[in-house]
Design a protein around this ligand. Structure first.
Ligand code: TYC
Length: 98
């Protein structure tokens, strides 16, 4: 049987790109239905999970709605803010390095 060679000592390990959490923030003006829609459209949550997440953010003030590589996380944040702006809601989300 062929032996699997160990990585030579001087060979640098390639670092995995860092993931980022997307965190949704509660506010007193955005409707619950709108938040659920955003969670379905942008984060591909089903109805049940979207409702659960929305209520979790509503009760706790914020909550993680996904974890992605930086560019994807940033795009999701932009999508949320664009949808919120169009609908004239103050819904906000932020990213945080894992
Ligand atoms: N707190 C809002 C309300 O009662 C609902 C809401 C939930 C808003 C989650 C934002 O990220 C949010 N209408």
């Amino acid at each position: 049987m062929e032996k699997i060679k160990a990585r030579p000592k001087n060979e640098k390990k390639l670092k995995e790109p860092c993931d980022y959490r997307v965190i949704l923030l509660n506010d007193n003006y955005t409707t619950r239905d709108f938040v659920v829609e955003v969670l379905r459209i942008v984060f591909h949550k089903d109805e049940l999970e979207a409702n659960r997440l929305m209520m979790d953010v509503h009760r706790k003030g914020k909550g993680v709605v996904g974890q992605y590589p930086f560019d994807i996380a940033r795009t999701k944040v932009d999508q949320v803010h664009n949808l919120a702006r169009q609908a004239e809601f103050p819904l906000r989300c932020i990213i945080e390095e894992v």
